[in-house]
Design a protein around this ligand. Structure first.
Ligand code: ADP
Ligand code: MG
Length: 361
């Protein structure tokens, strides 16, 4: 073995630091879509439109009607570790927004041609910032924000080579939006590809409807109806008709959603959605608990279908485990496991679940 001559320690250039960080957050067009839709939701958008060219590789735009970014903050928004969402450790420990790391825009800008067009409600005109040149100029837009991401990975060909066909990348982009749509029935979503509308899920519940509800019970019913409508829109009427409502509270945990009857199980685990405080997650505790609930009623390798929404005090869950925030850590995972297990078990044991099961051929 030859010993390499020692090289001097140096700070990496900023651009390279961003590109390295981008590797963790931006894997493919769908990762960009996820981050931009997260931001639109955090901005309080009620309508989000995603437009794609070539599966998102050539162009991704995400338009929202949210709070916008003031002109003077546009350049800051693109800086690494710059965020409006948390200020200190306490905020971090109780974070309720999708974002908080202040990394996504900087990461995306470092591996694409990015532009931001935004106008807060109280600003007369919109401004457009070109990330690469830093040019900031007035532009026309209704209040809200448009993020434009062109030629993803153009400067990092090694990354670009890992991308699959446009059709596959498009499918991943749609899946990313679907995951958001399933947990935000009050937000309308549309996805366009190559100028054609490929998916549209209309808002099913307005804040005004909720405000008009006379009591908590009515509100709860409205929320369930809105969720059911969205589940049917996104996953199909079969999902709704062959599932039962889950609504279960245990200790600090509320589990709601829908669990498919055993007969609705599929060969692939492609309709299993778990959320924690509105965030789509992949979590062993949750999937294990859900699977366990089917232990006595589902045999073989068939995969149950479900959409489960766990609500828990943000202090009792750590979302800062992974840059993509798709993993979480529960302070008391046993408590969460039990709540999901019993919630789904109870729902499946209810008379309606049996009726549905018997009605199947
Ligand atoms: P994070 O979401 O973690 O704060 P980002 O890099 O994704 O970090 O975004 C940086 C900041 O830019 C956000 O904190 C927010 O203030 C602002 N921002 C990004 N997207 C939008 C948007 N669609 N509408 C309003 N503000 C936005
Ligand atoms: Mg973000």
């Amino acid at each position: 073995t030859t010993v390499q001559p020692r090289r001097q320690i140096q700070d990496l250039p900023d651009e390279l630091v961003s590109q390295i960080a981008a590797g963790e957050v931006v894997e493919r067009p769908a990762s960009v879509v996820r981050e931009l839709v997260d931001n639109a939701l955090d901005a309080g958008a009620t309508s989000i439109t995603v437009r794609l060219l070539a599966g998102g590789v050539r162009l991704i735009t995400v338009e929202d009607d949210g709070c916008g970014i003031p002109r003077e903050e546009l350049p800051i928004a693109l800086r690494r570790h710059a965020t409006s969402k948390i200020r200190n450790l306490h905020d971090l420990e109780s974070v309720a927004t999708m974002g908080f790391r202040g990394e996504a825009l900087a990461a995306i800008a470092s591996v694409s041609e990015m532009a931001v067009l935004s106008r807060p409600q109280d600003q007369d005109t919109a401004y457009m910032l070109d990330a690469r040149s830093g040019e900031l100029r007035p532009a026309a837009r209704n209040p809200g924000t448009t993020m434009e991401v062109k030629e993803l990975f153009f400067s990092t060909p090694a990354r670009r080579k890992f991308l699959k066909t446009d059709a596959t990348e498009l499918a991943h982009c749609i899946e990313a939006v679907r995951r958001h749509a399933l947990t935000r029935p009050s937000v309308g979503f549309a996805i366009w590809h190559e100028g054609k509308l490929v998916e549209q899920w209309r808002a099913t519940l307005g804040a005004a409807d909720l405000d008009a509800a006379p009591d908590a019970e009515t509100r709860e019913q409205l929320v369930q109806q809105a969720l059911d409508k969205r589940l049917a829109d996104v996953l199909g009427h079969d999902f709704l008709e062959q599932s039962v409502v889950v609504h279960y509270r245990a200790g600090h945990v509320l589990v709601r959603g829908r669990a498919g009857v055993p007969n609705a199980a599929r060969a692939r685990a492609d309709q299993q959605f778990c959320y924690v405080n509105g965030r789509f997650v992949r979590d062993k505790v949750l999937t294990h608990a859900a699977r366990a609930a089917y232990e006595d009623v589902l045999h073989g390798n068939r995969q149950p279908v479900y959409a489960l929404y766990v609500s828990i005090d943000p202090m009792r869950v750590d979302v800062n485990v992974h840059p993509t925030k798709i993993e979480v850590r529960f302070r008391d995972s046993r408590e969460v496991h039990q709540a999901v297990l019993h919630g789904v078990e109870n729902a499946l044991a209810a008379p309606r679940a049996h009726n549905l099961a018997d009605a199947q051929p």
